[in-house]
Design a protein around this ligand. Sequence first.
Ligand code: ADP
Ligand code: MG
Length: 363
Amino acid sequence: MTADIEISNVSKRYGAMTVLEDLSLSIKAREFVVFLGPSGCGKSTLLRMIAGLETVDAGEIAINGARIDHLPPGQRGVAMVFQSYALYPHMTVRDNLAFGLQNIGVSRDVIDARIHEAARILEMSHLLERKPGQLSGGQRQRVAIGRAIVKEPKAFLFDEPLSNLDAALRTRTRIELAQLHQRLQSTMIFVTHDQVEAMTLADRIVVMNNRKIEQIGAPMEIYERPATRFVAGFVGAPAMNFIDVTLDRSGANATAAFAGGISVQTDIDTADLSEGAYTFGIRAEDVRIVASGQGNTDGTVDVLERLGERTLVYARLNDGQQIVGSDAGNSRVAVGDTVGLSFDGRKAHLFDESDRAWHAREG
Ligand code: ADP
Ligand code: MG
């Protein structure tokens, strides 16, 4: 069972506060879509509107071509999994799984078969007679997912389902969710503020901020060609470096001039760049640490973060700005050293004052 979901010009207000404004989005059948954005940007609200737990103030939501925004939650064919699990503590796992189905009059045989199948998929057959209090956090989350599976929904809606798990379990459950999606071939919408979850799980990421959608795209599209400075800064860790520059637009490719006489030749077409102030953006992996005097500029090392496979080097330029670059895992650099920073202009991004973005020509 699967479904496409069409969200058209949807708005939501709480009293005088507009939480979502004229938002449109098409989700394809079998797609894994992640709503990503900072806390408070309206991700849960949008998900709850699809589920029927919040009303829609303006616009429409349709599933498989039929409008559903006026239907009660139980008639929409979607199942939601919450961060808080929301299990009945006095019921066994089996009864938790059966409860929603009994309420809508599904026969005992069908219920038993679905529970059997869900327990098999989630490898929790041995937990069916336990109560939630006798389960670990990860097992409870599994039951919450199982409760959605037995409903055989056309779409699964997950609201930060991994947030209460410890780091190791979060990574494992993330991989299991990806496998579950492959197996069930259902449409899935997953809400998170964690860009790693979004990058690893999504077919497409919907980046949200400040009442609206900033960008919709495949993970690497968002990473390599962020549509706005917000997206560029929010997706990717560490956050992208941003530097105020003036542009030399006399050649085919723009050259960015920083304070202090530093200039970086980019691979960005000058054709549609206008006059005015620009911000230059570059990711840490595109700023290599080289010997002093050998890069675009020198910097003094403030902080090192050793991540194992690479070392992040936070260096301060003459004008006081801090830039993060990357060096080998076994970097010999020490705090206080003067190092060279080599910017890879082919990976540079430019943002203008109206938040339009430019990227290097496509290879
Ligand atoms: P997110 O899930 O992205 O963290 P939410 O969708 O929960 O954000 O909330 C978006 C905004 O709407 C927040 O400012 C939040 O405080 C507000 N909000 C959410 N639910 C309600 C409500 N029931 N009444 C009033 N304001 C709400
Ligand atoms: Mg939320």
